[in-house]
Design a protein around this ligand. Structure first.
Ligand code: AMP
Length: 466
């Protein structure tokens, strides 16, 4: 199937060809004709699947008819973070180059004056984060009664960030007979409820999670001593194959420290985390995209959705606390048909988190240069009745901090950073769960086993440096 078979206009087909796309991705094939027919849609898909074009392309053709009026946007795209909102805006510019559609980006961290001026003129597409939109709505600067097309993107991320009440409120301000498209990587019950309430007879499309099943990403687990993590990372970064890398850390402080230490060691490294001003974040990303720097140290703020071509490596300097963050992090490489390498530095204390990742993905992550650790290999896992990590079932985990959490429950950093309403890292950068009871681990496998509920991943039974 080609793009021409999807019913898109000639202008769009030209823009698509100029973007270098030969054929539509599965989500584009399934979504575009339905969106063009004004159907509501649930897209269960992550970034990396081509989902942005799956709604931006038909939206452009739908909006090509009709005119905008002052303060009354004709369509609205809600994004959880400023980075994602900016990325969708870039997509609009790229695909809409042969159309004369107007667009406004409403995101925190940038001047409100320009945004209001754009709205005043009237826009066809409003791309917004919920915080800034509610803010302007409260000031009477926006009327959503002419908004006949709504896109709720990354709904599960919205949930994590406590934005669902805002989204529900926004939905009630739009015309009831509008078209609604909802995209989410997963469909936890609150998202299902949201969809049931605000979508009408939607078509549901599900495309596979690219990162967990993406054969293009070579995933590896590098066993390290906690005190030698920086050395281990530097060694890997010096290896020939690392052209560009994103290095993920769980805390903003670690991002800062690591960036400083790598720069001091002569690496061309930059950083991106939630404490930085928006302009600074964009500058660092641009430097990375322009290859002025080739290593970007990041907190999870950058994990979701960032679309940077040709990232050869992702490093997890810290094993993420939540397994789905792993999937999102490693999805920054192996994009658009290219291969990538994802290396996770794991200390023995990370066993529980590694087991949770393996359970989620259903695959054992092979050791950096050895057999799979903590479970069967990918092939064995495919045929096993239960995922490998199930035997090393993690102990009861604390609930995800953000799931369904009211905004007032946001951790303290949110309160301090009220000027950053869309800060996506509340969950990722909050204090970690309490560490396993045994901080001082013994060396013998038998005693190791005592501290964990059930069998342990085999790498725990090996001494670091074996
Ligand atoms: P997304 O899932 O929207 O984040 O898109 C991931 C990447 O795929 C982006 O770099 C897009 O430019 C690219 N892309 C989108 N559609 C196609 C296509 N049909 N063929 C090749 N690349 C695409």
């Amino acid at each position: 199937m080609t793009f021409a078979d999807l019913g898109l206009s000639d202008e769009l087909l030209r823009a698509v060809t100029e973007s270098g796309y030969d054929e539509p991705t599965p989500i584009q094939r399934q979504a575009i004709p339905s969106v063009l027919m004004n159907r509501d849609l649930i897209g269960i898909a992550q970034t990396g699947t081509g989902k942005t074009a799956s709604f931006v392309l038909p939206m452009i053709d739908i909006l090509a008819q009709g005119r905008s009026r002052a303060r009354m946007p004709r369509s609205l795209i809600l994004e959880p973070t400023r980075e994602l909102a900016a990325q969708v805006a870039e997509n609009f510019e790229k695909y809409g180059k042969y159309h004369k559609l107007s667009m406004a980006l409403l995101i925190g961290g940038v001047s409100m004056g320009d945004q209001m001026a754009a709205l005043e003129k009237g826009v066809d597409v409003l791309i917004a984060t919920p915080g800034r939109l509610m803010d302007l709505f409260g000031r009477g600067k926006i009327l959503l009664t002419g908004c006949n097309l709504l896109v709720i993107d990354e709904a599960d991320r919205m949930l994590d960030m406590g934005f669902i009440p805002d989204i529900e409120e926004i939905c009630t301000k739009l015309p009831a007979n509008r078209q609604t498209l909802l995209f989410s990587a997963t469909m936890p019950p609150p998202i299902k409820k949201l969809a049931d309430k605000f979508l009408s007879n939607p078509k549901t499309i599900e495309v596979s999670r690219p990162a967990s099943s993406n054969a293009l990403i070579d995933q590896r687990l590098l066993k390290v001593d906690a005190r030698k993590k920086k050395d281990a990372l530097r060694d890997r970064l010096r290896s020939d194959e690392v052209k560009t890398a994103i290095v993920f850390c769980n805390r903003k402080t670690t991002v800062r420290e690591l960036a400083t230490s790598l720069k001091r060691a002569g690496f061309r490294a930059g950083q991106i985390h939630g404490d930085m001003e928006q302009a600074e974040r964009i500058r660092e990303l641009d430097r990375f995209k322009a290859e002025e720097i080739n290593i970007l140290i990041a907190s999870d703020v950058a994990a979701r959705g960032l679309d940077i071509k040709g990232v050869s490596h992702v490093f997890n300097f810290d094993v993420p606390w939540h397994p789905d963050d792993y999937v999102h992090r490693i999805g920054r490489t192996g994009r658009a048909g290219r291969t990538g390498v994802a290396i996770t530095l794991a200390t023995p204390d990370d066993a529980e988190a590694v087991a949770a990742i393996q359970k989620l993905t259903g695959l054992a992550i092979p050791a950096f240069d050895g057999p799979a650790l903590g479970g069967p290999t990918a092939t064995e896992a495919d045929t096993a009745a239960s995922p490998p990590a199930a035997k090393g079932e993690p102990r009861e985990r604390k609930p995800r901090g953000g799931r369904g959490r009211a905004k007032s429950d946001a951790p303290p950093e949110k309160a301090v950073q009220s000027h950053l309403p869309e800060e996506p890292s509340r969950k990722a950068e909050r204090k970690p769960r309490p560490a396993p009871e045994r901080r001082h681990r013994s060396e013998t496998p038998e005693q190791e086993e005592e501290g964990w509920n059930g069998p342990i991943p085999s790498f725990l039974a090996q001494k670091v440096g074996d």
